[in-house]
Design a protein around this ligand. Structure first.
Ligand SMILES: *Cc1c(COP(=O)(O)O)cnc(C)c1O
Length: 394
């Protein structure tokens, strides 16, 4: 199933996603499908004695089953879930203290950028932004108080691919710095950052992992016991936990992750190749295309690419508006990773919270369109793009 030249998928992924943490014998009823346990409190046989669960914030059986499954899918020891992807980010940032320093990639997810710029930095934690595709820039960004490196690959919306192994090596040579990789765009099916030296993998499960656009949730996956203990404490102490109902939905969705990602991958590449040949399209940012500047790095650390990529056309803001409002199958909306195809204009939507200069510097202008290619028939998606481009440029 591997794409040409990309890493070979480890065997057993789908089996793990379906069975890990789901053993029916852990329920008295022997339920095959993990039950939704709504109870917020659990009976204790004697004061301060418990049978694994005390109170729903500190632990819940449905949540535990999901966390076990997430860890196994990543080949990791531990996983923790949070009320949202940004809840996971907030919790990880709370490992740090006043006076510490974070290095973040410059085109990090808009919400992460906003959290770092407008909340975390107010708490006396310094954040600098660097282009992680240039390792020398990262080197010079290090300070004595650097404690954490936050990277996303591929980045959003410009789909730059960052060399996780090279960056992790550099970071480890600089001292005790935690490497966090936001793996939302690829999922554990397409990229396993822990294998390349990362310490924590963070997810917005809201996107591909859940894949049905009906849950907001986040996760952190890791091997280190001490970091896990500290994050487990923060998960409970800060109260950033997801609901049992949502845990049920995500756990259910993981059972089809491998199948869904294969289809996202195939359809997105087909559309990217079609766009590359279109006379109105000037650039296509997709890591599966040999023209992508980091195509070689992508093949080294990914088993393939997902359904999200972006492109630029030869018009201006007016053409972008016309194109987006002419789409019939693609829905004009933020987010990505669901079964339904979405299209958006990052400059006015997902990345509007970035300062204008930062947008300009990154190249997030009004002709850059981001697609999240869903699971519809690919011919219908291409026909839709074709007719919308015609309307935009008529
Ligand atoms: C959506 C997203 C987040 C934030 O996740 P929420 O679940 O919306 O809080 C973080 N990182 C990336 C790459 C995302 O796409």
């Amino acid at each position: 199933m591997g794409d040409k030249g990309f890493l070979i998928q480890k065997p057993g992924f789908a089996t793990t996603a379906i069975h890990a943490g789901q053993d029916p014998s852990k329920w008295k009823s022997a339920a095959v499908v993990t039950p939704i346990v709504m109870s917020t409190t659990f009976k204790q046989p004697a004061p301060a004695e418990h049978t694994g669960f005390e109170y729903g914030r500190s632990g819940n059986p449905t949540r535990n089953a999901l966390e076990e499954c997430l860890a196994a899918m990543e080949g990791a020891k531990h996983a923790l879930t949070f009320a949202s992807g940004l809840g996971a980010t907030t919790t990880i940032a709370s490992l740090l203290s006043q006076g510490d320093h974070i290095i973040s990639s410059d085109d990090v997810y808009g919400g992460t950028n906003r959290l770092f710029r407008q909340v975390i930095s107010r708490l006396g934690i310094e954040v600098s932004y660097t282009d992680f595709t240039d390792i020398n820039q990262v080197k010079t960004a290090f300070k004595k108080n650097t404690k954490l490196l936050w990277l996303e690959t591929p980045t959003n919306p410009l789909i730059k691919v960052v060399d996780i192994a090279a960056l992790s090596r550099l970071v480890k040579s600089q001292g005790d710095v935690i490497v966090v990789v936001d793996n939302t765009f690829l999922t554990s099916y397409l990229q396993r950052p822990l294998d390349f030296g990362a310490d924590i993998v963070v997810y917005s499960l809201t996107k591909y992992m859940n894949g049905h656009s009906d849950v907001i949730m986040g996760a952190a996956v890791l091997n280190d016991d001490d970091l896990h203990k500290r994050l487990r404490f923060l998960q409970n102490a800060m109260g950033v936990v997801p609901s049992p109902m949502d845990c049920y939905l995500v756990n259910r969705s993981l059972k089809t992750l491998a199948l869904r990602m294969e289809q996202h991958k195939k359809s997105a590449l087909t559309i990217a190749q079609w766009l590359e040949k279109h006379p109105r399209i000037t650039e296509v940012f997709h890591p599966g295309l040999p023209t992508h500047p980091q195509h070689e790095i992508a093949k080294k650390q990914m088993t393939g690419h997902s359904g999200t990529f972006s492109f630029r056309h030869s018009g201006g803001l007016e053409e972008s508006r016309k194109f987006l409002s002419s789409l019939q199958v693609f829905i004009l909306a933020e987010s990505l990773g669901g079964y339904e195809s979405l299209a958006e204009l990052p400059s006015l939507m997902t990345h509007a919270s970035l300062p204008a200069e930062a947008r300009e510097l990154l190249g997030v202008n009004d002709t850059l369109i981001r697609l999240s290619v869903g699971l519809e028939d690919v011919d219908d998606l291409i026909d839709d793009i074709e007719q919308a481009l015609k309307q935009a440029f008529e």
